[in-house]
Design a protein around this ligand. Structure first.
Ligand SMILES: [Zn+2]
Length: 312
């Protein structure tokens, strides 16, 4: 009998140890959650080929970032994540409320707008007036649209990832360096494109979320709305201003952004004979592009192609 008890307790203890190991293995996998595509893409690039990290995006591919509503499950996932990345602007201000209410002791919170220098949202000539109640200073949240900012963000994010998993430090360093090299090539290409271009002005028949991009490369711009505007119907005055601008400055391309119906750009194009092209701002990508593993670098390469037509 004693022997049986001994064997049984041995089996029991072994099972405990085994199950302990099993659950330990599961929790050894770290999770990074990003609200939108840029943070997701950068974290995915840094942790490439690492089995220890799972990188997730809250926003569904193809959906609009500015109208995102978190589910209760999203909130649980955020509190369980090792690293949580958000932008920090107007479009995801629900996050700061959520973060106050949940326990994020084990979660490193990274706000992209804290990692680079921010500029105020700008209202250029001809843009639709904002119907705003409060006269608050609003910083432009689209920091990721400059490849130089993307490099800064990747370097800082890499440090946080290494803090979580120092064992694979050299993998994360190598991955970051490779991605930064690609971004530096993109940066050089855009710089020489703009330097040798016929014109340095672009026109968006849409919202204008790429302020950081144009500031970086010395382009000027006109657009229907500022970056995060909720308006979609411009006044006749705004449309007329943009049409006249296109005619006067001989602008060959009118841009619209991704996930937009492109109607304003089409209207301007119909009146002027300019061509309508899409400039990708990388807030989010389509489901097909997501499934195909399209990256921020791919998006910028596509932007270089459309920019060539727009400024030459
Ligand atoms: Zn935006």
């Amino acid at each position: 009998m004693k022997k049986l008890i001994y064997i049984l307790s041995f089996v029991f203890i072994s099972l405990l140890i085994l199950s302990g190991c099993a659950s330990k293995k599961e929790t050894a996998k770290y999770t990074i959650i990003s609200t939108s595509f840029p943070g997701y893409d950068f974290a995915r690039a840094i942790t490439k080929d690492s089995k220890d990290f799972d990188v997730k995006m809250l926003l569904k591919p193809g959906s609009e970032m500015h109208s995102y509503e978190p589910t209760p499950q999203d909130i649980i996932n955020i509190s369980n994540a090792d690293i949580f990345i958000y932008v920090g602007g107007d479009s995801d201000n629900w996050i700061e409320d959520v973060l106050k209410d949940i326990n994020t002791d084990k979660t490193k919170i990274i706000k992209l707008m804290d990692l680079v220098d921010v500029v105020e949202e700008e209202h250029v000539e001809g843009m639709e007036e904002e119907k705003e109640e409060e006269e608050e200073v609003e910083y432009d949240e689209h920091v990721w649209t400059s490849p130089i900012n993307a490099i800064t963000i990747i370097n800082k994010l890499k440090e946080e990832i290494i803090k979580v998993d120092n064992d694979n430090k050299s993998l994360y360093e190598d991955n970051s360096n490779n991605y930064i090299n690609e971004l530096s090539n993109i940066d050089n290409e855009i710089r020489s494109l703009v330097k040798n271009a016929k014109r340095k002005e672009i026109i968006f028949g849409d919202r204008f979320p790429i302020r950081y991009f144009v500031e970086e490369y010395g382009l000027s711009y006109y657009a229907a709305f500022p970056g995060c505007s909720e308006q979609t119907e411009p006044s006749a005055k705004t449309i007329t201003f943009l049409i006249n601008k296109v005619k006067k400055d001989n602008i060959p391309v009118i841009f619209h952004i991704e996930l937009s119906n492109g109607n304003i750009a089409k209207t301007i194009a119909d009146e002027t004979g300019a061509k309508v092209l899409e400039f990708k701002t990388a807030h989010n990508i389509s489901q097909d592009d997501f499934d195909a593993g399209i990256t921020y670098v791919d998006i910028m390469k596509s932007n270089i192609e459309v920019l060539k037509e727009a400024i030459n």
